[in-house]
Design a binder for this molecule. Structure first.
Ligand code: UTP
Length: 281
């Protein structure tokens, strides 16, 4: 059993880039083919050996709780028919883990959402998945790769990917020193010493952007409590992680796999085509 057991899903954001679809439906419940984004994220966490899903929700997000629960009426209706198989995957998810929820009352940013989740996480290392970053890999999932890395280095791990310079203002961008580790491809591990949230291309410290997968140690909560609102007046996880990076406690990892930014219409369409072609229909 993995020493990382809990996975936090911040899912309280407004999803304004997907209005009007997200007016009454949480962004995390938008489906790629027949499966909501959040279910992909939960399945990735289960594959990584995690069994406790902690979800930070907000107003208008009740469909998330209903999705990860039995619908007796529906079960009764389709029992014994060919359609029963449509529910197999979600039933397996419900049986494989537990779900707990807390609400972020004011949307004060990703860092604040993670701090809100402290009550569900407690004093142990945990994963964070932003479900609108949909990841896929032929072998081990991204979170599974990161848990292995955590077990070796026992510090915060952020997943990064190379971006075009003009996209730097959409991401947290890192810089640091390459870690030599014979188990990993050259350049794929970086000891982070700088991090900037959504920099202009001219101010970006590198072309390595953080995507929505993190392994965090519980001392991040103390740092977050002290973190002042940053970019856009929100409490940024990037600012808190920079404090941890200053004492050498953050590794960036260039993961194996593909990521789709399903928080944007382009990324969502690409993901849909990708999974359709792959045959996940
Ligand atoms: P995003 O900025 O991508 O999500 O936050 P958003 O604000 O919902 O989307 P847009 O930009 O308006 O379209 C990244 C993740 O952090 C969560 C979001 O739900 C998303 O999963 N989040 C963000 C919170 O849970 N609380 C917040 O206060 C902000």
């Amino acid at each position: 059993m993995s020493i990382v057991k809990k996975c936090l899903f911040p899912a309280a954001g407004y999803g304004t880039r997907f209005l009007p679809a997200t007016k009454a439906i949480p962004k995390e419940m938008l489906p790629v083919l027949t499966k909501p984004l959040l279910q992909y994220g939960v399945e990735e966490a289960i594959e990584a050996g995690l069994n406790t899903m902690a979800i930070v929700t907000g107003r208008g997000k009740r469909s998330i709780e209903d999705h990860f629960d039995i619908s007796y009426e529906l079960e009764h209706q389709i029992k014994g028919t060919a359609k029963e198989s449509y529910l197999t995957e979600i039933r397996n998810v419900i049986n494989a883990c537990t779900f707990s929820y807390t609400r972020q009352v004011e949307m004060k940013g990703l860092g604040h959402a993670i701090l809100t989740g402290e009550t569900l996480i407690g004093n142990e290392p945990f994963a964070v998945v932003l479900a609108d970053d949909l990841c896929d890999n032929k072998t081990d999932g991204v979170l599974s790769q990161m848990v292995k890395l955590y077990e070796k280095y026992k510090c915060c791990v952020v997943a990064v990917e190379e971006i075009s310079p003009e996209d730097s203002n959409k991401y947290g961008v890192i810089a640091g020193d390459t870690i030599a580790d014979e188990k990993y491809a050259k350049g794929s591990l970086v000891r982070v010493n700088d991090m900037v949230e959504k920099p202009d291309p001219k101010d970006a410290p590198s072309n390595l952007a953080i995507i929505g997968r993190y392994i965090l140690t519980p001392d991040i909560f103390d740092v977050l409590r002290e973190t002042k609102p940053g970019k856009a007046g929100e409490i940024q996880i990037t600012d808190a992680l920079l404090e941890m990076a200053k004492i050498g406690k953050v590794i960036a990892y260039k993961f194996d796999g593909t990521r789709f930014d399903c928080g944007s219409v382009d990324g969502f369409v690409q993901a849909t085509n990708y999974f359709y072609e792959k045959g996940d229909k």
